[in-house]
Ligand binder design. Structure first.
Ligand code: SME
Length: 156
C-alpha cells in the first residue's frame, strides 16, 4: 500500500474506523517488530496528534522504551511503577483522566494531563504496553480502549 496515511475528520469512532484498516495495511507482510511498532506510533500520532504515543517493551524485570512519537521519555520503568508498570502488573488497560491524581504516576513530560495504557499480549503473555498521553485532561475513554486494544492485537 502507499505509505501516505489518509487522515479522517469526524468523531473519534469515525477516525478509528478509518485508521484501523490502514494500520492493518501497514503491518501486512512486515514481520519486523520495531518497524511495525514505529508505524503504529506514527499513524496514531498523525491521526490524533496526541502529545506522546509509543511503546514500552518487557525486558527481564523492566519495561524499556520502544518506538514512539513525541517528546523524549524515560527509558526504563519497573513493574508496578507508574501507569505503564501498573498496566504490566495488572495485565489490563488503565485510563487516567488526571495524571496528577494517579499515585506513582511517572511524569516524563510536564505537559501530560491524561493517559491511557494498553497491554500488548503475544500468545497469552504480556510482552509490552502501548502508552498514549494527552496534554488535555480526560481525553481517553472506552472508545479509545476498544480500538487501541484491537490495534495492538494486530501486531504480528
Ligand atoms: N506516564 C507514564 C510514563 C511514560 S511517559 O508518559 C511517556 C507512567 O506513569 O507510567
Amino acid at each position: 500500500m502507499a505509505e501516505d496515511l489518509t487522515i479522517s475528520k469526524g468523531d473519534k469512532k469515525t477516525q478509528y474506523e478509518s485508521l484501523l484498516p490502514q494500520i492493518q495495511g501497514l503491518l501486512s507482510g512486515e514481520t519486523n517488530l520495531i518497524a511495525n511498532l514505529a508505524n503504529i506510533a506514527a499513524a496514531l500520532k498523525e491521526q490524533f496528534n496526541w502529545l506522546w504515543v509509543g511503546f514500552y517493551w518487557v525486558e527481564k524485570d523492566e519495561l524499556v522504551l520502544g518506538p514512539f512519537q513525541g517528546p523524549v521519555a524515560c527509558t526504563r520503568i519497573k513493574k508496578g511503577r507508574g501507569v505503564c508498570g501498573t498496566t504490566w502488573e495488572k495485565e489490563a488497560t488503565i485510563i487516567v483522566d488526571d495524571v496528577e491524581k494517579f499515585p506513582g504516576h511517572i511524569a516524563c513530560s510536564s505537559s501530560s494531563k491524561s493517559e491511557i495504557v494498553i497491554p500488548v499480549f503475544k500468545q497469552g503473555k504480556i510482552v509490552g504496553v502501548l502508552d498514549v498521553d494527552s496534554s488535555e485532561l480526560a481525553q481517553f475513554d472506552t472508545i479509545d480502549q476498544f480500538y487501541l486494544e484491537q490495534i495492538v492485537a494486530m501486531i504480528p
